[in-house]
Write a protein that binds this ligand. Structure first.
Ligand code: HEM
Length: 529
């Protein structure tokens, strides 16, 4: 009897081991191999992947070499510096001649992020089709979700399918025109405080101008704004949360290196332990905020959960008669911090650098702001659409330095895209930065600062310009970000003049987003002192 049950136990254990082994081989060998063969048959190849790490090591070596130093002058030809692998491999593998002599397939090649194959695609007509027509059968890959799991979890940015649809529907009311108007007062107030502080610092320095690292100032300002708009009534706790989230975000940016080996997320490594401990602290703080709002409603002290972003999400959840899924709300709060804070701060930092480097445009924008908004330079929401030069400058900044350099989409079904069959399981990577700098699309001056190119309305909305992605899954906070950027820049440009400090070293790098490696040092001079 005893012998029989041991035998059964052994059979069960063996079956389980075989099953795990089969899944492992299926996921990490058979599926990628099948995709590779299918793409090769369509004429698309790429650099040879290494076992388990794919091309990650090659990419990281090329990038570390190209960004190892700063440039001696300011220019914007940043693709060879930030995407050297794209430049090399699109030349080497991307110009496969199509079925006819004239039909040349440009810049398509496959790279391997560990065991995940990724098709690099730059043809904007096909990209548009992918992001609009195929939105429901594409989404974020498992590897991407794992990389950000400890940080933003199942929030909107990483959700797929029905869950994404539901969450997008819940979050949309937080970004209506009326809501945005409500956030504008926080944006103006925070900028006024920051401008006052900068003015005081210049005065205390004893001179009539002062060097400021504007990147740090913009980071603080946008963190302040998102804290107020997201957690308005719990602002102090919001601030504490942000410092923890910043560290968590930095750690998650290194996930490709730490999680490319199968099963590495289960290991008790220092990396995994740090993420777990920070995540626990962040969620404890968020939980305290949420619980206190729920208590206030339950005991009748408030009639709603509040009119900041968190309050709106809680109200929406309540109204949709869904069980209040607190984990989703927490993931959404973290998502809004991640997506809404750093991107905007970088947009502001690069735009101020560009304005400081191009005094003619700086003066043009200043004149326009004073003409439209008066001497104090504080625009009303209604006046923002009249700031056309400022709008062109912001667009040109988003074109040259798009905070999100890559757009990833994985196919969950086989898709017919243009002349290609995209097999289920293949990720498509859209190199936004390379598209924004393409001379074929933008002309010979593609790498130069020329806001006038956005004079024609069609150009601004052209399919070659995608800083906020496109289609139903575009950036939900696009209008929030543009309003914030215009308000802040209009206020700063009318209160200070900016020049580039001799200490500034032009060295863009990519750590999830495009950042200035050594910050942006500007000389600030208050204008009416
Ligand atoms: C200059 C500023 C910004 C830029 C350049 C930007 C860019 C983008 C891009 C490219 C995406 C698509 C990402 C992808 O699908 O992989 C995206 C998505 C998203 N953005 Fe933004 N964003 C900015 C500001 C904001 C702000 C201020 C918020 C919120 C307050 C926000 C919230 C989101 C969210 C929640 C998503 C996910 C949408 C979805 O998947 O349905 N973003 N953003």
């Amino acid at each position: 009897m005893m012998f029989v049950s041991v035998k059964y136990a052994l059979v069960i254990v063996m079956t389980l081991i075989l099953r795990v082994l089969y899944n492992f081989i299926w996921c990490y060998y058979l599926t990628p191999r099948r995709i590779k063969k299918l793409m090769e048959r369509q004429g698309i190849t790429g650099p040879n992947p290494r076992f388990l790490t794919g091309n990650i090591i090659d990419i990281s070596k090329m990038v570390s070499y190209s960004v190892s130093d700063h440039w001696s002058s300011i220019h914007h030809n940043i693709v060879p510096r930030l995407l050297p692998h794209y430049v090399a491999w699109s030349k080497q593998y991307g110009t496969y001649p199509g079925p006819t002599f004239l039909d040349v397939r440009w810049k398509r090649f496959i790279v391997w992020n560990g065991t995940e194959p990724r098709l690099c695609l730059t043809e904007t007509e096909m990209i548009k089709e992918l992001l609009t027509k195929h939105n429901s059968v594409t989404g974020k890959s498992w590897l991407q979700q794992q990389g950000t799991k400890g940080f933003i979890g199942r929030g909107l940015l990483m959700a797929n399918g029905e869950a994404w649809h539901h969450q997008r529907h819940l979050a949309a009311p937080a970004f209506t025109r009326d809501r945005l108007k409500g956030y504008a007062k926080h944006m103006v107030e925070c900028t006024r405080v920051m401008a006052g502080k900068l003015r005081k610092e210049v005065k205390e320095s004893g001179g009539d101008d002062k060097e400021v690292e504007i990147g740090e100032e913009m980071r603080r300002l946008t963190a302040d704004i998102i804290s107020r708009t997201e957690f308005g009534s719990s602002y102090d706790k919001g601030k504490e949360l942000f410092s923890l989230l910043t560290v968590l975000q930095r750690l998650c940016a290194q996930s490709t290196r730490h999680l490319c080996f199968p099963g590495s997320r289960f290991l008790p490594s220092k990396y995994n332990r740090e993420i777990k401990s920070l995540k626990t602290d962040v969620e404890r703080l968020l939980m305290e905020i949420i619980e206190s709002r729920k208590d206030n409603v339950e005991i009748g002290r408030s009639i709603s959960y509040g009119d900041d972003l968190l309050g709106l999400l809680l109200n929406q959840m309540d109204r949709s008669k869904n069980n209040l899924n607190v984990q989703i709300i927490m993931d959404e709060c973290k998502t809004f911090f991640f997506t809404g804070h750093e991107t905007t701060s970088l947009l502001l930092t690069w735009t101020l650098m560009l304005l400081a480097h191009n005094p003619t445009w700086q003066e043009k924008v200043r004149r326009e702001v004073r003409q439209v908004c008066g001497q104090d330079g504080i625009p009303s929401v209604e006046q923002l659409s009249s700031l056309t030069s400022l709008n062109k400058v912001i667009n040109e900044s988003l074109r040259l330095y798009p905070p999100a350099t890559l757009l990833p989409r994985m196919a969950f079904e086989d898709i017919k895209l243009g002349d290609l069959i995209i097999p289920k399981g293949l990720s498509i990577w859209i190199p936004v930065l390379a598209i924004h700098h393409s001379k074929e699309l933008w002309g010979e001056d593609a790498t130069e600062f020329n806001p006038e190119r956005f004079s024609s309305r069609n150009f601004a909305s052209s399919r070659h310009f995608m800083p906020f992605a496109a289609g139903p899954r575009n950036c939900i906070g696009q209008n929030f970000a543009m309003m914030e950027a215009k308000l802040i820049l209009a206020m700063l440009v009318s209160k200070f003049s900016f020049t580039i400090s001799e200490n500034y070293r032009h060295a863009p790098i990519v750590v999830l987003t495009i950042k200035p490696k050594y910050g942006v040092q500007l000389i600030l001079k208050p204008l009416d002192s």
